[in-house]
Design a protein around this ligand. Structure first.
Ligand SMILES: Nc1ncnc2c1ncn2[C@@H]1O[C@H](COP(=O)(O)OP(=O)(O)OP(=O)(O)O)[C@@H](O)[C@H]1O
Ligand SMILES: [Mg+2]
Length: 220
């Protein structure tokens, strides 16, 4: 068994070949976190398939493989980070949210980006479409890089899942700031399947206004 400490981490790269169990590993982890009102999810699935469909209703924000939607979701998370940085001292009385620990009013925000390499791939060419695509890629890269570099103390955490952790797949300035447990071939599954099971009535769903926002009393 491999233990990976996730507290106080701002970025993680889960790398492994196709079918090695990356998505299952993270889905299992999310299933364990899901019942807690002190955790919010942002789920991005670059495969665009059904892997996360059962978890999407539990997420604050979600997107599949549409780069515009992914950029929009990451902008919102980045905006939250900036807001939290401005409010943390006043709201929590400390400068590191991990000291009191995540709570219902200041939840840990776990951002999962599966098949992350698909969002960092610049195209070659000079057509307007290519330029627009590459501008989106550049913004997504900047947002992810800043979230990993500046999000730790305000309890924002990014998990990147990828088949390759090479510099051409994940920009090195992102990868090198993140931790890297490697996914290995799947061991026999002994738990309930699928790991997060059916949504029960007791599974907390974040309110529409989303409690990830710092209390309004502290908003600038
Ligand atoms: N611990 C496990 N025990 C048994 N089977 C598993 C386990 N983890 C994953 N699997 C099986 O292995 C297959 C691949 O797993 P998963 O989709 O998580 O891989 P992946 O690394 O995300 O692959 P890809 O890169 O193609 O997305 C799945 O069909 C799943 O059922
Ligand atoms: Mg996968």
């Amino acid at each position: 068994m491999v233990m990976v400490r996730l507290a106080e981490v701002s970025g993680m790269v889960v790398a492994g070949l196709a079918g090695f169990g990356k998505t299952m590993l993270v889905a299992h982890l999310l299933g364990q976190l899901a019942p807690s009102p002190a955790v919010q999810f942002v789920l991005v699935d670059g495969k665009g398939g059904p892997d996360y469909d059962r978890l999407f209703p539990r997420a604050w924000l979600s997107a599949k493989d549409d780069l515009n939607q992914v950029r929009d979701a990451l902008r919102q998370v980045h905006g939250l980070m900036v807001k939290r940085q401005g409010a943390i001292a006043q709201v929590l009385g400390v400068t590191d949210a991990w000291h009191p620990g995540p709570s219902r009013s200041w939840p840990l925000v776990v951002v999962v980006i599966d098949e992350a390499h698909t969002f960092f791939h610049e195209r070659k060419g000079t057509s307007p479409e290519v330029k627009a695509h590459n501008a989106l890629v550049a913004e997504v890269s900047r947002l992810v890089e800043e979230l990993i570099r500046k999000g730790r103390n305000v309890a924002i955490q990014v998990m990147l899942l990828t088949q390759r952790a090479t510099g051409d797949a994940i920009p090195t300035r992102i990868r090198d700031n993140a931790r890297s447990p490697s996914a290995s071939p799947p061991a026999p599954w002994t738990g309930r399947w699928p790991p997060w099971g059916r949504r029960s009535a007791s599974t907390p769903t974040p309110p529409r206004s989303c409690s990830t926002t710092p209390p309004t009393s502290a908003s600038p």
